[in-house]
Design a protein around this ligand. Sequence first.
Ligand SMILES: O=C(O)[C@H](O)C(=O)COP(=O)(O)O
Ligand SMILES: [Zn+2]
Length: 210
Amino acid sequence: MTEQQLREQMVTLARSMFERGYATGGAGNLSLKLPNGHFLATPTGSSFGRLDAERLSVIDIDGNHISGDRPSKEVAFHLAIYRNNSECNAIVHLHSTYLTALSCLEGLDTDNAIKPFTPYFVMRIGKLPVIPYLRPGDPRIAEELAKRAKDYRAFLLANHGPVVTGSDLIDAVDNAEELEETAKLALMLDGKPIRYLSEEEITDLQGRGK
Ligand SMILES: O=C(O)[C@H](O)C(=O)COP(=O)(O)O
Ligand SMILES: [Zn+2]
């Protein structure tokens, strides 16, 4: 895809998420890898429902602002993931309701916040590690994500929300939506006897793609 097509794709997918309630206000940010090796990102403070393709931010791998409006305050953690996972070509960060609610719970398994009970969570996400709470924009978020980037497709920032990767922006958005629905199910099923997937069932699903 050309840069212009990727710009239009980011606007279209962001608006779709906004209109379906996955994003509100100025929360969240998106990024993707451009053909020239730079990165397209949502401007800081921008609403997913009102992005302007021509004003999207462009940055380089070192975080230098190349063009467009001032980039998200979180581009540092986006770049930390890109540097440490060559399979990641797009990133979605949300404050989506159910994953943010989950991120606020005490006692989460920090290696994987959602014990698998549906196949698609295993096939699309795998495991959801929890990153300790840090103020939005704190550079240590990037350090924490850099450590885990090569081993996971998604991350849960404690008391904040998810960060979800993909092979392109459509994949990252689909992964983020699946993860949000899984968190919704997990919270709905809380306190009820869940039949979790067995280790054999999980192994059978791994590496089968989506
Ligand atoms: O993650 C953050 O810093 C904020 O919570 C957020 O999601 C939006 O920040 P941005 O600078 O508008 O991307
Ligand atoms: Zn945020």
